[in-house]
Design a protein around this ligand. Structure first.
Ligand code: FCX
Length: 437
């Protein structure tokens, strides 16, 4: 066993009695109620999931294992010569809740090296798809294709399945997926946009840095990749990608099936695809300007055009957050401290939208949260570094989101959570309850 898996075993075993006690002794304690609006309205805000990987406060934003984004970046060991932590150190932190020592990080890095090779048949399968397939189709297909390697599925069908040790096999698949997904994403990028000119893995580099070099990016982009993957990793359990992954795995479908489902959810325009939509919106707006400078007036008019056409302003609003997303702010701060980027035209336009859109959305009066979410800012950084193929942006989100989804289902199995099965009702029933008040 690796140091990480060893530590995780101790953590999971220490946690199990807490869940057993809560279920056995306090199982009937009421923690929420459900009204008709919530039943019809996407189960919004109903407390019915449990995770310790991250928690989303409507005002404060996300905390990973109890730490805000700045605290997380501050606490974790950094990549050599960088201000940003490695993805490997963050993975250790998400799984265990503990800040790893540099030695523990080195152990994870070594572990990932042994796992990161994507089988050749996956590449063949992706080459067989039409080249104009969306890169999210390619990513999800690539993950699903690797299902034949699932150690959890093999364990399940071995006849020796055991609930107490099942998580160890989920951990194996989860770690394989996290180590391989950037390599898979880089392959897709090179296949789709660089004429299938592939670049080999550099075994000396950490996960983020290796992804940067595999897509032919600059030295500086290594930090962009590390920051981006960490920021997009987890947003508690109720968002579509995390919930879909959890739901599918709750049927004991292995992590490959589960994350392929999560990625399919991430590809929705109200969720991860919004970052692609943001870039699309901005470029369309610039086209309409026809060379004129953006001003508060023409940005305001364009926002109203979108709203009056019955469309959503991509990158704004959130189901839980009620203030500017700290993931947006972390990326904005990266832009402000990066020479070149802070004076970039597109960044200035995104900043102008940031100053304008909340007022317009408030006046429009529908959205409960007029502030920007993570997706409003992420595309501009990619664009600046020359990654202009914006239909690829959700793939980057999917690489990061793998960290949270895989950490969550490893713990789901460790704690033996059951198959998820909420109850549905009929409209007749709702009307009967409505009449009874
Ligand atoms: N522009 C226009 N209208 C908006 C809006 C926006 N950005 N955000 C919400 N609204 C509208 C909703 O469409 C809804 O209208 P309706 O009553 O006619 O159906 C009303 O405001 C109330 O919605 P609200 O309760 O505030 O938000 P929801 O929880 O229903 O939806 C999302 C949350 C994120 C889906 C919504 O704000 C949205 O569509 N935003 C734009 C897409 C986006 O940026 N998604 C990414 C979110 C996230 F960060 C991620 O998952 O990546």
């Amino acid at each position: 066993m690796t140091q990480l898996k060893d530590r995780l075993k101790e953590k999971i075993e220490a946690h199990r009695p807490r869940i057993a006690r809560l279920t056995k002794e306090f199982g009937s304690v009421i923690i929420d109620k459900v009204d008709i609006a919530q039943c019809i309205g996407g189960a919004r805000d109903i407390r019915s999931l449990v995770t310790d990987i991250s928690y989303l406060d409507p005002q404060e934003g996300i905390r990973f294992r109890g730490k805000t984004i700045p605290e997380t970046f501050e606490a974790l060991p950094k990549a050599a010569g960088s201000e940003y932590p490695t993805v490997e150190s963050f993975w250790y932190f998400l799984l265990t809740g503990e800040v790893p020592t540099p030695e523990q990080v080195a152990d994870v890095e070594a572990e990932f090296k042994t796992r990161q090779q994507v089988p050749e048949y996956v590449f063949q399968a992706l080459r067989a798809l039409p080249l104009d397939s969306h890169p999210m189709v390619m990513l999800s297909s690539g993950i699903l294709a690797m299902q034949r390697d699932s150690k959890f599925a093999a364990f399940y069908s071995s006849g020796k399945f055991n609930k107490m040790t099942a998580w160890e096999h989920v951990y194996e698949d989860a770690s394989d997926i996290v180590a391989r997904i950037p390599v898979l994403a880089a392959f897709i990028y090179n296949l789709k946009y660089r004429g299938d000119k592939q670049i080999s893995i550099d075994p000396k580099l950490d996960l983020g840095a290796n992804f940067a070099q595999m897509i032919g990016q600059s030295e500086q982009y290594k930090d962009v990749a590390r920051m981006y993957f960490i920021l997009h990793s987890d947003h508690e359990s109720g968002n579509v990608s995390a919930h879909a992954t959890h739901l599918v795995h709750s049927a004991l479908s292995d992590p490959y099936y589960a994350y392929a489902a999560g990625l399919a959810g991430l590809a929705g325009p109200l969720h991860g695809l919004a970052n692609q939509e943001v870039l699309g919106w901005i470029l369309e707006f610039q086209k309409k300007l026809n060379g004129a400078e953006p001003t508060t007036e023409n940005v305001t008019a364009a926002l109203w055009d979108t709203l009056n056409a019955g469309q959503v302003v991509p990158g704004y609003g959130h189901a839980v957050l009620r203030k500017t997303d700290p993931r947006y702010m972390a990326q904005r701060e990266f832009c402000l401290k990066t020479t070149g980027l802070k004076d970039d035209k597109l960044f200035k336009l995104v900043s102008m939208i940031f100053e304008t859109a909340p007022g317009v959305l408030t006046e429009h009066g529908k959205t409960k949260n007029p502030w920007p979410n993570v997706d409003a800012q992420s595309g501009v950084i990619q664009w600046y570094y020359g990654l202009k193929e914006w239909d690829f942006y959700t793939v980057l989100f999917g690489v990061g989101r793998a960290l949270g989804c895989m950490a969550n289902i490893t713990w789901d199995r460790g704690l033996g959570y059951p198959i998820e099965r909420p109850k549905s009702v009929t409209t007749d029933m709702l009307e009967t309850w409505a009449a009874a008040g």
